[in-house]
Design a binder for this molecule. Structure first.
Ligand code: PXP
Length: 249
């Protein structure tokens, strides 16, 4: 049997904030969720500070940065306002992603080849601040070579298309990810991967060589609802069991 290799899990907790924002409450609190992830063995916490602030807020970023005992990975667009926030907050890692306002989630990899100069200056500023920078890219030669030229230590390969595919298309997409990981490694890039990974697709993803970290969000938060619902209902019924008839009854 082949030797085991350790792959780190980074948990994306954006959708904890999505639940909070849906009601404008103070809970669920991303920091509390992050602490549970750390207790369970996560080696990184990922958040995406979107320009429209639909889930994670600036205060979450600052609180997580202040309180977390493991590396914080900030996903963000290469947008001037957000770059300034990142430089001030100083997360351990930044992953630059493309961002469109109307998208439900990040839809594809960054076009690094098409905006090399623009990315190079942001990457340099983040690197000069001591932040480990990653680019979220498709597993193709053009984007990976451009990423190496831009001078990042990491790429995060976009696994969403593979995770959504079935049958022959899935096999083809997995081959593309495997080849992408090999090429990225040969270019001196460390290889992370993320998007759309769940317990059904993870065994395929683990066919990729040279993996450093998998960043997984939606499926973990969705699963947490299912494994936690029983306890949440029990707690509520327990609280209701103290009923003595109410006032004036
Ligand atoms: N990696 C990147 C760059 C992403 O944009 C996202 C989604 O925010 C993820 C990983 C996590 O994807 P998912 O929520 O589908 O697990």
């Amino acid at each position: 049997m082949a030797d085991k290799k350790h792959v780190r899990l980074g948990v994306n907790i954006d959708h904890v904030a999505t639940l909070r924002q849906a009601r404008g409450t103070t809970y669920p609190r991303p920091l509390e969720a992050a602490r549970l992830c750390v207790e369970a063995g996560a080696e990184g916490i990922t958040i995406h500070l979107r320009e429209d602030r639909r889930h994670i807020q600036d205060a979450d970023l600052h609180e997580l940065k202040r309180e977390l005992t493991i590396p914080l990975n900030l996903e963000m667009a290469n947008a001037p306002e957000i770059v300034e926030i990142a430089l001030k907050a100083h997360p351990e890692e930044v992953c630059l992603v493309p961002e469109k306002r109307m998208e439900v989630t990040t839809e594809g990899g960054l076009d690094v080849a098409g905006q090399k100069e623009n990315l190079r200056s942001t990457v340099q500023r983040l690197k000069d601040a001591g932040i480990a920078v990653s680019l979220f890219v498709e597993a193709n030669r053009r984007q990976l070579e451009a990423s190496a030229e831009v001078g990042v230590p990491y790429v995060e390969l976009h696994t969403g298309t593979y995770c959504d595919a079935r049958g022959a298309k899935a096999e083809q997409e997995l081959e593309r990810l495997v080849e992408g990981a090999i090429l990225a490694h040969s270019l001196g890039l460390k290889v992370n991967a993320g998007h759309g990974i769940n317990l059904d697709t993870i065994s395929g993803i683990l066919q990729m060589p040279h993996l450093d970290t998998l960043n997984i969000g939606h499926s973990i938060v969705a699963r947490a609802v299912m494994v936690g619902l029983r306890e949440a209902v029990r707690e509520t019924i327990e609280a209701m069991s103290h009923y003595t008839g109410g006032r004036g009854g």
